[in-house]
Ligand binder design. Sequence first.
Ligand SMILES: O=c1ccn([C@@H]2O[C@H](COP(=O)(O)O)[C@@H](O)[C@H]2O)c(=O)[nH]1
Length: 239
Amino acid sequence: MNRPFIVALDFPSMEEVKTFLRRFPHESLFVKVGMELYYQEGPAIIYDLKEQGHRIFLDLKLHDIPNTVKRAMQGLSRLGIDLVNVHAAGGTTMMEAALEGLEAGTPSGARRPYCIAVTQLTSTSEQMLHKQLLIERSLEETVLHYASLAKESGLDGVVCSAKEVPIIRKYLSPSFLTVTPGIRFADDEKNDQVRVVTPYEARKLGASAIVVGRSITRAADPYAAYERLQREWNGEEEQ
Ligand SMILES: O=c1ccn([C@@H]2O[C@H](COP(=O)(O)O)[C@@H](O)[C@H]2O)c(=O)[nH]1
């Protein structure tokens, strides 16, 4: 991925997004629009961000029967987004259907959006996996298995914690994308995240891209936090 920093625009309205983006006047960013923002603002937010020159990861984590996912993806593909995702737990037939929908909705001459699958949310702990989800395998094995299903289905990559990137790189192709949320500076709160790493660790572990929300959006100076992120990723700043 040529732009490894994805900023999660977890805001409730277009107005708040605009206020935030005013701090980045000369930057064309790779931004993530998630459920909070998309369910309030709908496709208009995508058109607006595209017009401002930002690349877009639409993080809706689709998970439904294959036909529903296919038809939803067909519509999303027409928005001109760059990256979209599903839950790998929907299985291979659902993931294949997602790709079919994306291809069907992509305007001729354009590239279909990249499609990646969530393996296990970065807020999931080993204990939660076993006790609540009743999955007996280890988190790492489960993530690798879901990543293999995504690869088998023809997807472009996965969402996982950077902690699992080495095992995915070892067993699946090195070009398979690993998009990793759960990023925190060493002096940050974890909040609801469990499997967290710093930007520097994510790079060392081989992540294709990092997704960063609150460490930037809730910083006193978001632009300074974005610059710090880049310096840490590049190993230019002490951890
Ligand atoms: O496993 C996942 C999948 C998606 N996310 C999303 O990433 C951001 C992270 O925000 P922070 O404020 O940096 O914690 C958020 O939009 C999540 O919905 C994730 O965290 N983990």
